[in-house]
Write a protein that binds this ligand. Structure first.
Ligand code: UD2
Length: 321
């Protein structure tokens, strides 16, 4: 893709999604600065291309550091965040300092440094549990967690930074992102990263509830492409977009497919549903298609197979990443 910016700051660039974005930016001949405090990111995600980027270990709440990192950039991709929903429930104020105020600092850095393009990573968590499906960007939002509220606040700030100050902001509401480098080690890690490692270790997984709950799983490389398109396209300015596939998959089906890849067919243990778990989630992809030219290219089985291969190649014989 021919990018219409030359130097980009990626906040949270050492994280799961951020590191894939950094890789794609380099491949597209962009100079990349990464700002990451390594709270959930991991420098090993950047190892294969560490000599081709400028890496700054620091926090988006450190405004001096942020300005220095952003100086000379003509695009910012803002992915740094407290990414765990339960953590934001435990720590609503501390997480708001990162997800709300930190996002405002990023937008303000763009305004003061005259950086015209900012892409914010938002989340389908802004929708809450309204049963209407698929979720489209015009429907009422009612987030159920501090995380969802914080992401929604970021979207509002982004829109007014576009309207008031002319910063071309775009917000991407990710559905359930999966792929290589997703960390399976916390109980709140994405279900696919957990199922991958369980199946390779020949351990039975836990399924919360009956397993018929469903998610719109989107492969990380598609999420990266949505970011590049959003930064490149002036029609995205001031808008929010779903980034999903428009197709959903149940958790039972996911385990069946994972078992097929690994050859381990252990019977899952069913526990009670997680409190606050949404039953069904599915994104309406029409706005992203018409205004961004974005349509997920990886079908689910293909993304799952690539992800499985990565876990298989990367896990140690002791079963660690
Ligand atoms: C996703 C996002 C979260 C937030 C939320 C908004 C991820 C990792 N998390 O949470 O950040 O945006 O959407 O709605 O993308 N499950 C099992 N067994 C396991 C783990 C999970 O059955 O070992 C189930 C879980 O109960 C849920 C589904 O799998 O029904 C997906 O869980 P998840 O944690 O991957 O993602 P989700 O949708 O809760």
């Amino acid at each position: 893709m021919k990018l219409n910016f030359q130097r980009a700051l990626v906040t949270g660039g050492a994280g799961f999604i951020g590191s894939h974005l950094v890789e794609a930016l380099i491949e597209n001949k962009c100079d990349v600065v990464v700002l990451d405090n390594l709270s959930s990111g991991n420098p090993s995600n950047l190892l294969p291309f560490k000599d081709r980027i400028t890496f700054k270990e620091g926090d988006i709440r450190d405004r001096d550091m942020l300005s220095k990192a952003a100086c000379g950039c003509d695009a910012v991709f803002h992915l740094a965040a407290v990414v765990s929903v339960p953590q934001t429930v435990e720590e609503p104020v501390d997480s708001a300092m990162v997800n709300d105020i930190g996002t405002l600092f990023v937008l303000e850095a763009a305004r003061t440094l005259n950086i015209k393009r900012v892409v914010l990573s938002s989340s389908c968590a802004v929708y809450g549990d309204d049963p209407e499906l698929p979720k489209n960007e015009s429907m009422n939002v009612k987030p159920l967690s501090p995380y969802g509220v914080q992401k929604l606040n970021g979207e509002h700030y982004a829109r007014i930074y576009c309207d008031l100050y002319g910063v071309k902001t775009a917000c991407l509401r990710y559905f359930n992102v999966f792929g290589p480098r997703q960390d399976p080690s916390s109980p709140y890690s994405g279900v696919i990263s957990i199922f991958m490692t369980k199946s390779i270790n020949a351990e039975t997984p836990v399924i919360f509830g009956d397993g018929n709950q469903s998610r719109d799983f989107v492969f990380v490389k598609d999420v990266v492409r949505a970011n590049l398109l959003a930064a490149n396209n002036d029609r995205a300015a001031g808008l929010v977009f779903n980034v999903g596939t428009g197709r959903s998959m149940t958790i039972n089906e996911l385990w069946r497919l994972t078992s097929g890849l690994s050859g381990f067919h252990g019977e899952p243990t069913h526990l009670d549903s997680r409190p606050g778990d949404i039953y069904a989630s599915l994104g309406d992809t029409r706005r992203a298609e018409s205004d961004l030219g974005f349509k997920a290219e990886y079908d689910f089985e293909q993304g799952l197979a690539l992800t499985f291969q990565w876990y298989k190649n990367t896990m140690t014989p002791e079963g660690h990443l």
